[in-house]
Design a protein around this ligand. Structure first.
Ligand SMILES: C[S@@+](CC[C@H](N)C(=O)[O-])C[C@H]1O[C@@H](n2cnc3c(N)ncnc32)[C@H](O)[C@@H]1O
Length: 388
């Protein structure tokens, strides 16, 4: 949960004296091994401000993995956890380029910074005074951003695209119930009827409860699914599902339900491909297969197969199809001199870690086992992993 910042902390940290103190504190290691000694030094130098200084330096270090320009930024621990990663915020902002935007749950401003680069005018509002004062510090000098305290459930701007990112934690826990978000998602959607709206949500949210008429975009970054975003019909351009795959190297691609989805039914090819989680969560596995000349191992399972691997993707070359019996699996792994063993499971109730412990592979060659269901039977493929 971290240190509980007050507005006076923010005023100090943003002052010339605060800046100088942060520079000094940043010279310390601040690791778990040095924590007590470092904290004692900071307390002797800065008294009551020590906790705010140490926490800010720690959060800035942690922020580097997520936010591009956060060196001089102020955060709370929760606000940093909730902040949209820069590459994801940049992608959303690019879809709104040229439009005036109101971020109605702006927090410390991670999305505002990216919107300000491409939008003529940006409004940020939130109910949390401390986060708003941190946003004012973080975006100082960004001339096209206006900050205000306002309730997201009461529309207070006109002519803007509204973006929102309701907090995913209720009572300190993650929730999949849209009504338990803060602000509650159904109330938020009802507050902006007919407006152009983009709402960031957890990818695991139960979208069937929403009956959303626009687009649901699932976004992954470096292979991990990060969020779903609801785009109102006016911003969706006829798309209802989109998968967007971003990578830290700057490459990105998207696939939508308007892309072709016809694929053949065939026996397994040379390779098995596990599509990116964004594709799977967006329900676009067949579309992805059609785009890359692949087909499904089973129509109800998200593993694909084919005779080549899409460029840059990880694929599993099938070495042998095995029987799903523990004893014969163990014998086969021994025969192949299997050492490090990755186990991928879909559509069958198996715990990969437990199975790996039972199989006890102790050879020298790395392999992957893909265990799935084809029709009514479990299918096991011994594979080697490669990048296409
Ligand atoms: C998940 S955070 C937003 C993070 C932000 N998108 C970012 O990237 O930094 C959600 C924010 O919604 C704010 N919030 C919750 N209920 C609100 C309401 N009714 N009106 C305005 N803001 C609200 C919280 O204070 C919190 O800062």
């Amino acid at each position: 949960m971290g240190y509980s910042f007050g507005r006076d902390d923010v005023a100090f940290l943003g002052s010339t004296a605060g800046h100088a103190a942060l520079t000094e504190v940043d010279r310390l290691e601040l690791t778990s091994a040095t924590h007590l000694r470092d904290l004692d030094r900071v307390r002797r130098a800065y008294g009551d401000r020590a906790a705010a200084l140490v926490e800010t330096v720690r959060l800035r270090r942690r922020a580097r993995a997520k936010l591009a320009d956060a060196n001089g930024w102020l955060f709370t621990d929760d606000a940093l956890q909730q902040a949209t990663p820069t590459l994801v915020a940049r992608h959303r902002a690019a879809r709104l380029a040229g439009r005036a935007v109101h971020d109605v749950t702006c927090s410390i401003g991670a999305e505002l910074g990216e919107l300000a680069r491409v939008s003529p005018a940006v409004i940020g509002s939130d109910l949390d005074d401390v986060r708003l004062s941190m946003a004012a510090h973080n975006l100082a000098g960004t001339r096209n951003v206006l900050l205000a305290k306002a309730d997201a459930l009461v529309s207070c701007s006109t002519g803007t695209v509204v973006i929102a990112d309701p907090a995913r934690r209720a009572d300190g826990r993650r929730t999949h119930d849209p009504a338990k978000l803060q602000p509650p998602l159904p109330d938020l959607l009802a507050a902006y009827p007919g407006r152009d709206l983009a709402v960031k949500c957890a990818p695991g949210l139960d979208f069937d409860r929403l009956d959303w008429a626009g687009e649901i975009e699932v976004v992954s970054l470096d292979g991990a699914v990060r969020e779903a975003c609801l785009w109102s019909p006016g911003l969706a351009g006829g798309v209802t599902r989109r998968a967007t795959v971003l990578s830290g190297s700057g490459e990105s691609w998207s696939l939508t339900d308007t892309d072709p989805a016809e694929i053949p039914e065939r026996d397994p090819g040379e390779w098995i491909i596990d599509p990116d989680g964004a594709v799977v969560r967006a329900g676009l596995v067949r579309h992805y297969a059609a785009k890359h000349g692949l087909w499904q191992l089973d129509p109800r399972i998200a593993y694909l197969t084919g005779d080549r691997v899409p460029a840059g993707q990880r694929g599993f070359r099938i070495v042998e199809r095995l029987e799903f019996r523990e004893k014969s699996l163990r014998a086969q792994l021994r025969k192949h001199d299997c050492g490090a063993l990755e186990i991928l499971v879909r559509g069958v109730d198996i715990d990969p870690d437990q199975l790996r412990r039972k199989l006890k592979p102790n050879g020298s060659q790395p392999y992957s086992l893909v265990i799935t269901r084809i029709g009514r039977t479990a299918a096991v493929f011994l594979c080697t992993a490669h990048i296409g």
